[in-house]
Structures are given as structure tokens and as C-alpha cells.
Design a protein around this ligand. Structure first.
Ligand SMILES: C[S@@+](CC[C@H](N)C(=O)[O-])C[C@H]1O[C@@H](n2cnc3c(N)ncnc32)[C@H](O)[C@@H]1O
Length: 280
């Protein structure tokens, strides 16, 4: 069957029939090919690359022409780009800088944060998970442009040489620790806040963060749960239950927040279903 499938696809591709008529891929061939694709390892696909790309290109073209009417095809394009981007971390998100400081995010998400800051106009942004301080520095510079706002960023670990900025307050401790939350409460003091959760990505910790922080967020503002993409959504399948699972548990017990679907507009976000907007 393997030889049949490969031979059939190659013949169709050589004759150009795949280009003229996607229906030329009959059901038996498609089935045989799917079985084959399950078995071949990455080393064995070289000979199949061209016919597969031909077929996939046709599907992608059809989806574009029909304005997204082939959702499975669109999903495959987006998810596989997402996986490529995320798993090539030494080239992508671990090599992303804001004014020379590491920021572990994808630039499409940073643009969404800028839009949210404009719309919500927070007086304080609370960030759980500082790392090198690049995201806090980015947010502080956005606040500079808007002429308002400060950042409180929390991490269990201290780092040397984090960026110093009048708008940034660094706190050391856990984002769910009562003493840390009390310190942040003194800074918030009833002000309009946005919360970013980017610390320990276990479902247990993120759910505890959501429970601890959600009530401080006013109607119209956001809790942004970062890295909901792990645990196979669609990256890092072996992560274990993570932020996405915490969001599911949180929304099952709380109807004051909704997932802001408009934040999926750029197709790839590291935070799918993670932009939680308070509506009541
Ligand atoms: C993904 S990094 C943060 C990246 C940073 N926000 C950025 O975009 O560049 C996660 C950070 O969370 C911190 N962290 C882990 N557990 C934590 C906890 N319980 N409370 C606060 N921070 C924690 C880690 O020390 C690490 O620096």
C-alpha cells in the first residue's frame, strides 16, 4: 500500500493532475496516503515532499479564494506555523528584544498589549513573572507614550541588570503569596488595573493566580493568561496541564469574565483563549 500511495501521488503530481483537479486524489489514494503518513518518520518524507506540498498548496489556495471556508486547512496552516515558531525558540522568542532587553513573547502579542493599553487606559499593570524585565520595560515605554500608568512586576527570582525605569516597581516573591498581594494592593489602591499572568505555567498555579487577582480587575479590563498554547494548544504537548486548563477551570466557576475572541485576529497568539475580559 505504501508503494501504491507514493507511486500514485507522484504520477498525479508529474502529470499535473493535482494542479488541475483536486478531485484527482481519489478516496483510496487519500486513505493509503494517510496510512503511510502515519508510519513514515521525518527521515522518510523527502520523496513525498513535493506531491504533499502540491496538494496542500491547492487546499491553501482554495481556502484563500473562499475567504476561510476551509477551517481545517486554515487551522493546519496557523498551528504548524505556531509550532515552528515556538519550537525554534533559540531563533525566535528567546531572541526577541525590547530596546536590548530579552522579552519572551511574540511580537504579535506585544502589539495586542499595546492596543489593550490604549483601550483600557490602566493606571497600574500588574505582571506576574518578570524574568529579565523586557516585558515590563516594553509596557513602561508604552505608558511613556500614553503619558500614564505604572508597572508592578513580581518574580520569585531576582535578576541582575534589569532595566531601571521610574514607572517600574520590581517585587520579589510568589504571585500568590499573601504578603506580596498586600504590597501590590497598597500600590493599586482602587486604581484601574490590567493583570498579566506569565509566571509558573502549571494549571494549579495559574488557577490560584486567577482566583487571587481577578476581583481586582474592573469591568472592561483584562486578566491576560499567557502561554495557554502549551500542553498541545498547539505546542509543547508534553507540558502537562497548564494555563489553558486553568482558564477552563476558572471560567467554569466564574461568569464575570469572557474570552475576548477578537484577540485571535492575528491568527497566531501564544495566549489562545487567554485574553479574559471582565464583563460584570
Ligand atoms: C516566562 S518567564 C517571564 C517572562 C517575562 N514576562 C517576559 O515576557 O519576558 C516566567 C518567570 O516567572 C517566574 N516565576 C515562577 N514561579 C513564580 C511565582 N510563583 N511567582 C512569581 N514569579 C514566578 C520565573 O522565575 C520566571 O522568571
Amino acid at each position: 500500500m505504501d508503494a501504491f500511495a507514493v507511486g500514485r501521488f507522484r504520477t498525479l503530481a508529474r502529470r499535473g493532475e493535482l494542479g488541475r483537479d483536486p478531485g484527482a486524489v481519489d478516496a483510496a489514494t487519500a486513505y493509503a496516503f494517510a496510512q503511510l503518513a502515519k508510519r513514515v518518520g521525518p527521515d522518510a518524507v523527502a520523496g513525498l515532499e513535493q506531491p504533499v506540498l502540491t496538494v496542500f498548496g491547492l487546499l491553501a489556495d482554495a481556502n484563500l479564494a473562499k475567504g476561510g471556508e476551509l477551517p481545517a486547512v486554515e487551522r493546519a496552516i496557523v498551528d504548524n506555523f505556531h509550532r515552528l515558531y515556538y519550537h525554534r525558540l533559540e531563533q525566535t522568542w528567546k531572541q526577541t528584544y525590547w530596546r536590548g532587553v530579552h522579552v519572551w513573547k511574540n511580537p504579535l502579542d506585544l502589539w495586542l498589549y499595546q492596543e489593550i493599553l490604549h483601550d483600557v487606559a490602566p493606571e497600574v499593570i500588574v505582571e506576574a513573572g518578570t524574568k529579565f524585565g523586557g516585558s515590563a520595560y516594553f509596557l513602561a515605554n508604552m505608558c511613556d507614550l500614553m503619558g500614564r500608568g505604572q508597572i508592578v512586576t513580581i518574580d520569585v527570582t531576582e535578576q541582575p541588570n534589569r532595566p531601571q525605569h521610574d514607572r517600574i516597581t520590581y517585587l520579589t516573591g510568589s504571585s500568590t503569596d499573601t504578603a506580596v498581594i498586600e504590597k501590590v494592593d497598597r500600590i493599586i489602591d482602587g486604581k484601574r488595573i490590567v493583570v498579566l499572568l506569565d509566571s509558573d505555567h502549571s494549571a494549579r498555579h495559574v488557577l490560584a493566580e486567577l482566583r487571587a487577582w481577578h476581583d481586582r480587575v474592573p469591568v472592561g479590563s483584562y486578566v491576560i493568561v499567557e502561554d495557554t498554547n502549551v500542553h498541545g494548544h498547539p505546542v509543547f504537548p508534553n507540558h502537562g496541564p497548564g494555563p489553558m486548563e486553568a482558564v477552563d477551570s476558572f471560567l467554569a466557576e466564574n461568569d464575570q469574565f469572557i474570552i475576548d475572541e477578537s484577540m485571535h485576529k492575528f491568527f497566531m497568539t501564544f495566549n489562545p483563549r487567554g485574553f479574559l475580559k471582565r464583563i460584570a
